[in-house]
Ligand binder design. Sequence first.
Ligand SMILES: Cc1ncc(COP(=O)(O)O)c(C=O)c1O
Length: 475
Amino acid sequence: MKRNHRQKPLVETIEKHLQGNPISFHVPGHKNGLLLPEKDRNHFLQSDLTELAGLDDLHDPREAIQEAEDLLTDLYGTLKSYFLVNGSTVGNIAAIMATCSPGDVVLVQRNCHKSVLNGIKLARAIPILIETEWDADGRIALGVSLEAMKETLKAYPYAKSCILTYPTYYGFTYPINQIIEELHKYDVTCIIDEAHGPHFSIGSPFPTSTINLGADIVIHSAHKMLPAMTMGSYLHITSSRVNEQKIKGYLAMLQSSSPSYPIMASLDYARSYLATITQEDIRSNINTIENFIGELEKVHPQLIIKRTHDPLKIILQFEGRTGYELQQLLESQGIYTELADSNYVLMILPLLKNHLSFPYTAAIQRTNLALKNEPILPVTNRMFAGINERISHFTALSLSFEEMENKEEKMVSLQESEGEISSQMVTPYPPGIPLLIPGEKISKTAIEQLTYLIENKANIQGHHELDEKCVYVYR
Ligand SMILES: Cc1ncc(COP(=O)(O)O)c(C=O)c1O
């Protein structure tokens, strides 16, 4: 069949989205360009250059990029900070590959981002998955506990490195300084996936960055919380435990040889934006957020707002509706949120400076419109069951990467998959945290969670067999 090449499906879909005058409560942190000066918003194509004289080379910086990276290093007070043009994804993978050799044991938080598990696989290391704590309702995964880390280290005192997520996607922190201290007692290199915390360097009322809590490598998705373009991230080396040349080598290997100048320029912009935030900016931003939360709380008696440890992240719950349903209601009025899960919707608020404005008033008006037809119901507590079972503080995979490569797969119904070994990574996106990991035994809880997600049409990347409630396992 002859295709119509006048069509530009992606261009047209983006245009349509923008015509709806959307309000962004999601990444990237520049909020549809609102946090960039007007003159810079539409100039990205013009800054899409290449390694011309004076424009330097990301993989061997000596001029403008070096200066920009030096300023980044200075701002965060690190030993060496790098620009990344392929997200924290490449930062995580490079950090793991530079600190682990094949066969090394790597401790990893069970609810890590998929790039962490991919990095461990590429490094041919052996992951030990540490279970996380849950909030009081067992519905939001938090960080790992010191107790879990101590137990894991007792079992694997020879672990080479550990990679933890701090803060969580939902904006929760945990006493990570004690965990880092414990890891260092065993000489374990501590990599922190701080993708969601590049703004923590501002200080109170934001949590403390692990750069200041003794971590060895810290990775930041600048694009998530700062006004940087998507894929713009930072990698920071923060201790002499780390071999700088190895990191540099892997970054050069894993990133494009034609790094995007618009992304790099936006990283430079984001660093400067962060460095010039004043106490007055912070105070007024926090006041604006407090007012916004106060107004949201008045919209509907069933709309509940939960605060997190990061003032820029708030969680919305609507009694009687799933998070997916609430997200759809908000989208019907052009309010786009970061993610929905069975119970909640996550909103990412802007890191606003005093002279900038954000359509908070419109957001409240639209939330009113979105929820005005929602009847006031008795509380049904129609929430997805929390996680109550804890089998152990940590688990190892049931098969090594080599064993997995030589094994055949089969498809089984999800209901009958308990105890089978998953051969696929099944990752709801966002948040990009795998529910099933290749080589891991499938638990009853994972089956329940996955069934619920499928029934609620959550976005699960690339697994069409899941529509039929089937999964692939090893024979
Ligand atoms: C905790 C965490 N780490 C790493 C990543 C990957 O970051 P990026 O999108 O910058 O590649 C994400 C993305 O959502 C994330 O949530």
